[in-house]
Design a protein around this ligand. Structure first.
Ligand code: G3P
Ligand code: CA
Length: 285
């Protein structure tokens, strides 16, 4: 028979065993609910990327964050667009940096999608406009969750300052704001301007992903997480990043099996063109 004095120790043992066995599975199961579902360029598998319609659809499909890529016009306006040129996602041609906002607003940012994706085509996409960041903030409000990328920051000096000006102008909730970039310099500028803005360092691997302790320490000096392309990730990499206190949000994951695998490996979120699929995967865990 176990004496009373041993009961607390026994309870602790039972709890510890639970965490490493059945309890651990339950804990991990709960954790899946926290995986950030980032609508990449909006629900861009379903609708033309970086349009208000695509962002809206992302929300309706249970995306937690609206992902916005930024380019800057000749007259200094931040617009939502992935490429430096308008060629791929509008009916126009040319570099954003050489065009005014009025030039950009004259373009059709929806028809290309219908031509490229007949299965998802919708007449309502014809004639959609490229939104400014201001219009995104106006439509989705200060308490929404935004995951904003400074694209091509060397082409657009001062874009970080303008981004921060708009964040402050629209009183965007900084607890729900993430700023991302492939450029460490751009993130460090943002960190210098306002250390309270949470940052994510994007990374691109062309083969098996590895990360050193030194790299992790360098990134942790300004960022709270990393965003690597998912293709070459492995469990050890993800575990190393997470165990060192960084978030990890791989891009761009559009396949349910891969979503599930990455969740099992310990990612804390991911970018997807199909937030509806990630929602289903999370529900099924
Ligand atoms: O921002 C995450 C991911 O979007 C990075 O790649 O080229 O789609 O902006 P890209
Ligand atoms: Ca992006």
């Amino acid at each position: 028979m176990i004496g009373k004095k041993w009961l607390p120790a026994l309870s602790a043992l039972v709890i510890a065993a639970g965490i490493t066995t059945g309890g651990g599975a339950a804990f991990a199961k709960e954790k899946h609910k926290d995986i950030l579902n980032v609508s990449h360029r909006g629900a861009s598998g379903h609708a033309p990327e970086h349009t208000l319609v695509s962002y809206d659809m992302g929300e309706k499909m249970h995306g937690d964050y609206i992902e916005v890529d930024l380019q800057m016009t000749k007259d200094g306006q931040l617009i939502a667009m992935h490429d430096e040129t308008v060629d791929r996602t509008t009916d126009g041609t040319g570099y954003v940096k050489d065009m005014t906002l009025a030039d950009i607003k004259a373009l059709d940012a929806g028809s290309w999608f219908n031509e490229k994706n007949p299965a998802y085509a919708n007449e309502e996409y014809v004639g959609l406009q490229v939104p400014t960041l201001e219009e995104v903030f106006q439509k989705f409000g200060k308490n929404n969750s935004y995951y904003i990328e400074t694209k091509s920051p060397t082409i657009y000096p001062g874009m970080e300052k303008e981004l921060l000006r708009l964040v402050n102008k629209y009183n965007i909730n900084k607890d729900k704001l993430l700023v991302q970039s492939f450029s460490a310099d751009s993130l460090k500028i943002m960190h210098g301007l306002d250390p309270s803005v949470k940052l994510v360092q994007l990374m691109s691997y062309g083969s098996n992903a590895t990360i050193t302790d030194e790299q992790i320490a360098q990134i942790k000096a300004y960022a709270m997480g990393i965003g690597p392309n998912h293709t070459y990730l492995n469990e050890a990499y993800i575990q190393k990043v997470v165990n060192n206190g960084l978030e990890i949000h791989p891009y761009t994951v559009n396949d349910k099996e891969r979503m599930s695998q990455l969740i099992e490996w310990g990612v804390t979120g991911m970018f997807t063109n199909f937030p509806d699929l990630l929602h289903e995967v999370k529900k099924g865990k």
